[in-house]
Design a protein. Sequence first.
Lengths: 288, 298
Amino acid sequence: MASNLNHRMRRYTLKGLHFFGLFSAMMVLCVPGLWIVLNSFRPTVEIMAKPPVWIPNELNLDHYRAMFSGIGEGGVPVLTYFANSLVISVTSTVIAILIGMAGGYAFARYKFNFKGGMFVGLMVTRAVPGVALSLPLFILFARIGIIDTHFGLILAYVALNIPFTIWLIDGFFRQVPPELAEAAEIDGCTRWQAFWRVEFPVARAGIASAGIFAFLTSWNEYALASQLTRSTTSKTMPVGLLDFTSEFTLNWGGMCALAVLMIIPALILTFLVQKHLIAGLTFGGVKG
Amino acid sequence: MNRLKLPPWLVLLLPAIIILSAVVLIPLVLSLYSSFTSYRLTRPDSIFNWVGFFNYEKALTDVKFWAAFGRTVLLLTVALNLEMLFGLGLALMVSKVTQGQRLLRTMMMFPMMFSPILVGFQFKFIFNDNVGLVNNALQSLGITDQAIPWLVDGQLAMFSIIFAEIWTATSVFGILILAGLYAIPRDPLEAAKVDGCTAWQSFRYVTLPFLMPFIYIAMAIRSLDVARAYDIVQIMTNGGPARRTELLWTLIGRTGYVDARMGYANAMGYISIFLAIFFTIYFFKKLTQSRKELGMGA
């Protein structure tokens, strides 16, 4: 009996520990982000209050209103930044996906010399730290005169995204059995038709998630953007965050509001693709 | 009619190769060249002033450089290992849950949506000695009545940076290891149970070897964008106080853009590039190796 009781006690303790561990882990993961969201609705006086105000007395949209009101009134040209971010991210994603599809298909379907070496070579180009790359890119782009243009940043982001999209898309094309396309070719399709009518539809969801991943990378990128953009004509939102800082003060509330604006699209897109993204990474990596 | 016919795989890979050479390889060659000159942004003609290995010698004998180098390696080692351990723990805990797993998974991915620069500002705010969440909480709970200078003291600043870094990346490990846990075949685990293995033994000798490829994928992905720590550090402390949190990347950025000494910055940049490439190749090697051990790879 005693051992039985002992056993049960142990199981309850374990269960309690498990719950406690999980709860605290989730708190650590979620609270910092929610804190930012909460502060975007609080008046600056309350954020700065000493002693701190724990239960908000007042929630309002002042920071959002100030943010959208334009330059000169404590606002930041947020809409322009948002548009810049959107144009640059979407264009670079579409191009990266097209190139990534071609490259991924080549890796998944053809055998050639130095395949493994080329693959790691591709990855290595991605490993070059943004700061180290931004120095020569800055000099080069300044020479050609594409600093502070959408085109320059799009070009940089396409290059940034290609290695990863190839890795992901390669994994998804491997999941499509080659017999499918062969069967289509026997039925009279050209290779091109077989690709678009048979292989592409099967891998479509995976390709979409690779696209969203590329979009998020461009959307969030800072190290390159901070050097390759100069003015409102091409500044993206991550660079725009710095507009809320001045020499000695920081407009926390306003910054939180812009942060929320940045997170919302990322949040929606990440939820849409989480399943495929994991499948793509693990499949491409493990069964490669 | 006698057109040169390229093999199809090369045609398919060509756009990728062209773009990558234009945006990555050519600039890298340029920076390799300029690292042998005394190039300064303010004096464009100095790019033709060949100084040989002077910049490299200068970097390799510079105490500040080695301090930053050591700190970068330290940060990477500590952060990557802790992220792996926490991610493993998190994945194991989530996989044991019977109800509401989908919700937990979604919560787990929350930090992944934050742009690194956003993470920097977020933790600069949270660790702010005056209005930050951490100090407010500690003071309200009566643990301390002084404001702890999280980002002003050298040691604490490094801790805060590592904390921020781990916060962002633990979920990458967690999610991928969780995917690995789902993929583990049931039979070996049951066999281990029948053979009388303890929970620890079956974890150590059955679960963990199966998880290794997934851990290495996560490591490889992480080592591809470790330089993201640049954004975080630049915002949180900008290498301060008194260079106590200076990493290779912030040092390079400052030398290149603020001091305008591009040649010298590029020389240091090359050293950091080799560091990143070393990490990447190392983890890709490990990945292939562990795959082979499981008999997964062809």
